[in-house]
Design a binder for this molecule. Structure first.
Ligand code: B16
Ligand code: MG
Length: 212
């Protein structure tokens, strides 16, 4: 029986994925490395440094660890500038209404995000105090496709993995949910993952998944 829902943040609760793309694109252009939306899809759910490594696959230049740290910091500075423009307007009515329906059903609700900017984003969209637990890039050592972020969220909620539904937009996130023994629901490209339990065509579709 499902007792809890663990939501990915970027691409599920809000659309910060467009800001990740813009910030990485600016960085890639500045160092003369080809980058497009298809490559960007491989960055969904993976950590900042792992994302940079994927971008640098196309770079003829080899960067030192310190240079990589500097590039990642530069991207994050730009990303945070985009986040600063966010507000409650960036939480859709559909997501807001669905979250409240699930809460009224008595489900525990948590965030499981690879992002170290999670708390800032939740504050911007007015959900800082909403979730029962927040597991994010600040409390894990391994990012998706490792299940650590979801396992920590389940521990915080006091539920077993098989009692929690993970909602993801990233293939790496569905891989993580499967490895951790969670039930999964996928939006966007994650809905096409061969192992996803519940492919969704909309966020509101979660209500039907959790009504059975
Ligand atoms: P940050 P999620 C992930 O968030 C993003 O999808 C991924 O593109 C990003 O690299 C990662 O967070 C780390 O984000 O640079 O803010 O720490 O999808 O797991 O909510
Ligand atoms: Mg995501």
């Amino acid at each position: 029986m499902i007792k809890a829902v663990i939501f990915d943040l970027d691409g599920v609760i809000c659309f910060t994925d467009q800001y990740h793309y813009k910030a990485w694109k600016e960085l890639a252009d500045s160092i003369g490395v080809y980058f497009d939306e298809e490559i960007n899809n491989r960055l969904r759910g993976v950590s900042r440094m792992a994302s940079l490594e994927i971008i640098l696959e196309r770079s003829p230049k080899k960067y030192t660890e310190q240079e990589k740290e500097e590039l990642a910091a530069k991207k994050n500075e730009r990303y945070v500038e985009f986040l600063d423009e966010m507000g409650p307007k960036d939480l859709s009515g559909e997501v807001q209404d669905t979250l409240h329906v699930l809460r009224e059903k008595g489900l525990k609700l948590a965030i499981g995000s690879s992002s170290k900017n999670t708390k800032k984003i939740l504050e911007k969209i007015g959900l800082k105090e909403f979730f029962d637990a927040v597991s994010d890039g600040t409390n894990i050592t391994r990012s998706k496709p490792d299940p650590e972020v979801f396992i920590k969220a389940a521990e915080m909620l006091g539920v077993k993995p098989e009692e929690a539904l993970v909602v993801e937009d990233a293939k790496a996130g569905i891989d993580a949910a499967c490895k951790g023994g969670f039930v999964s629901a996928g939006l966007g490209e994650a809905a096409e993952h061969p192992a996803v339990d519940h492919p969704l065509s909309s966020f509101a579709g979660l209500v039907d998944v959790l009504s059975v």
